[in-house]
Design a protein around this ligand. Structure first.
Ligand SMILES: [Zn+2]
Length: 319
């Protein structure tokens, strides 16, 4: 067995141990990402051929300074960046590895300011990294399965109260703070989205899109959720107004703890999130919740693997 082959025999735990090195050394980062993408069978990103080689520098014989590969069949050159969220950026891949690692291991999230300081890159670059990584963490709409079993639903208002509401006693429903709807399958996945209002039609539309008809829905007594029992296997409510929070297994504790975590990360890490970008933070928060049973290394690798085949659909100036 050659050294190269032995390297590809590494177990997942050994792969995880390579992450810190990949965060500090560019060649290690490139080879780490190449291994995650192609394993022992590197192939051409243009034609799929495995008849490929790493280009070497003519003078030193070392690996080409741009880490290029070349395909002997279609004669094209490429790098591991092609077809991923890092494609349109010149930011070093070790910074990508570091940011993936931090974003996938910080329970309450990580801010672009921290990434700027730790990688010693510009704030613009750090924002670019975080935005692409959040995009990588976004759910794949095509393979998404509806939630089943017991599903708790609830909505939450985020952000600081607008000054004009101060002293009015309006803190929840009825204010214009950004609203997030959440549906959580007990012991399972979470789905959150920004909603424009809490009207029955809006919330029911979200519920229909995210939850299987066979599910038992559990909510509070809010009027917008009325009538769900007709569309789903069952609908139970807890009456918070009368001080009831748990009745047997009827409670919304899971979805409420997801709100608490989301609020803490927004206040503690991001301070203020504009409504326009809130959905991106939700992608990351949902990814963290859904991968909560994995260890840090597995979750980092899942995030990196999710970056493949994804490119932002809108233009953002490359950094
Ligand atoms: Zn090719």
């Amino acid at each position: 067995m050659t050294r190269k082959e032995r390297k590809h025999q590494l177990s997942d735990s050994a792969v995880v141990e390579q992450i810190p090195l990949a965060c500090s050394n560019e060649l290690a980062a490139v080879e780490f990402l190449e291994h995650q993408r192609w394993g022992a069978n590197p192939c051409c990103v243009h034609c799929g051929s495995v008849n490929v080689y790493k280009m070497a520098d003519a003078k030193t014989g070392e690996r080409n300074s741009r880490y290029l590969w070349r395909c002997k069949d279609c004669k094209e050159q490429y790098t591991v960046r092609i077809g991923t969220v890092y494609e349109e950026s010149r930011i070093e891949l070790r910074h990508w590895c570091y940011t993936f690692w931090r974003a996938a291991t910080s329970k309450k999230g990580v801010s672009a300011l921290e990434i700027k300081r730790q990688c010693q890159i510009s704030y613009k670059s750090a924002l670019f990294l975080m935005n692409r990584i959040r995009f990588a963490m976004a759910p794949d709409q095509a393979s998404k399965e509806p939630l089943k079993g017991d599903v708790e639903v609830d909505e939450v208002y985020l952000g600081a109260r607008r000054p004009r509401f101060k002293g009015t006693g309006k803190i929840g429903r009825g204010t214009d703070r950004p609203i997030v709807f959440a549906a959580v399958q007990r012991y399972g996945q979470i789905r959150r989205r920004v909603v424009p209002n809490v009207h029955g039609e809006t919330l029911k539309q979200a519920i229909r899109e995210e939850i299987d008809r066979s599910a038992r829905i559990i909510s509070d007594e809010f009027g917008s959720y009325k009538g769900l029992g007709k569309e789903f296997a069952a609908h139970e409510t807890v009456r918070h107004a009368t001080g009831e929070y748990v009745r047997g297994d009827v409670h919304t504790n899971t979805v409420e703890s997801s709100h608490a975590l989301l609020k803490r990360s927004i206040v503690g890490i991001y301070h203020n999130i504009s409504r326009e970008y809130l959905h991106r933070y939700l992608w990351q928060a949902d990814f963290m919740w859904n991968a909560r049973k994995m260890n840090d290394g597995e979750r980092t690798i899942l995030a990196i693997k999710s970056a493949e085949g994804k490119r932002m659909m809108y233009r953002q100036p490359a950094v």
